[in-house]
Design a protein around this ligand. Structure first.
Ligand code: FE2
Length: 274
């Protein structure tokens, strides 16, 4: 029996019922129990946890290696807000599209932890959908057809969602980020399989561009159908942790002139997509 008590939330995810900041920091069995629950359920919600940055980072360190982000006072905590002083404010607009964190990196993040510091008065929820379930519910014929497909991921693909009519200067800027190719089907070390898609997916290698895009759009539409999605409505103090290797996520719209602010810490990954 697990040392943590959980309650199912929906299509994916569980709420952790009996873990406050003291157990996060001090219980010797909690880190492993959380990682096991994450592998099984994809999302862990710690409702009303009120973990400050130091607590969130200390817990992240118990789980793995926290990523470091440039431009923030505490480099292990990325502040997500549209405050003009935020060094990444212009890029956060693309959080509204289904994505994996670090899909353009050589090795994507293992997991992310997100705490609500200031919530929006309306909207601003975060949605999650399982990419393991996306694979598992394919037909046998699709599993066979998709097995060898490779997908080109580009920075331009994401940026075009917000800037559909880019200037030559923007295009040149975007092209500085090297594209990355991933298989559509990720065969994990655990033996599980998931589908790799989302905002960075540009086209399928060796397939006519429009045909590949239609296939990717169909994969995403089915994987993120409303009955497959967990939508979390934030209350200040909530912390959510998700398995970045087996889920896509996105932010729901809100009034960006509001001071909504989320604090994210991320566990460095150790498994390339292959
Ligand atoms: Fe994200």
């Amino acid at each position: 029996m697990s040392v943590i008590a959980t309650k199912k939330l929906g299509a994916v995810g569980v709420e952790v019922l009996d873990v406050g900041t003291d157990r996060l920091l001090n219980d010797p069995e909690v880190p492993e129990a959380c990682m096991e629950a994450l592998e099984e359920h994809g999302v862990l919600l710690f409702r009303g946890l009120h973990a400050d940055d130091a607590t969130q980072v200390a817990f992240s360190r118990r789980l793995g290696e926290p990523a470091r982000f440039r431009g923030y006072a505490n480099p292990e905590v990325m502040e997500i807000s549209f405050d003009p002083g935020n060094p990444n404010a212009e890029y956060f607009a693309s959080n509204d599209y289904w994505h994996i964190d670090g899909a353009m990196d050589e090795i994507p993040a293992k997991a992310s932890l997100l705490s609500a510091r200031v919530t929006a008065s309306k909207g601003g929820e975060t949605e999650f959908a399982s990419t393991y379930a996306a694979y598992d519910t394919l037909s046998d014929e699709e599993k066979e057809r998709y097995a060898d497909l490779r997908v080109a991921h580009t920075f331009e693909a994401v940026q075009r969602l917000n800037y559909p009519d880019p200037t030559p200067k923007q295009l040149a800027q975007w092209a500085k980020r090297p594209p990355r190719e991933h298989p559509l089907v990720w065969v994990h070390r655990s033996g599980r399989r998931s589908l790799v898609f989302g905002a960075t997916a540009s086209h399928i290698v060796g397939m006519p561009v429009e045909e590949g895009r239609a296939l990717l759009a169909d994969v995403e539409r089915r994987a993120t159908a409303p009955d497959r999605v967990l939508r979390h409505s934030w209350t200040e103090g909530d912390m959510v942790m998700w398995d970045n290797r087996g889920l896509v996520h996105r932010a729901c719209p809100f009034d960006r002139s509001e001071p909504r602010r989320m604090h994210r810490s991320t566990l460095v990954g150790d498994e390339p997509i292959e």
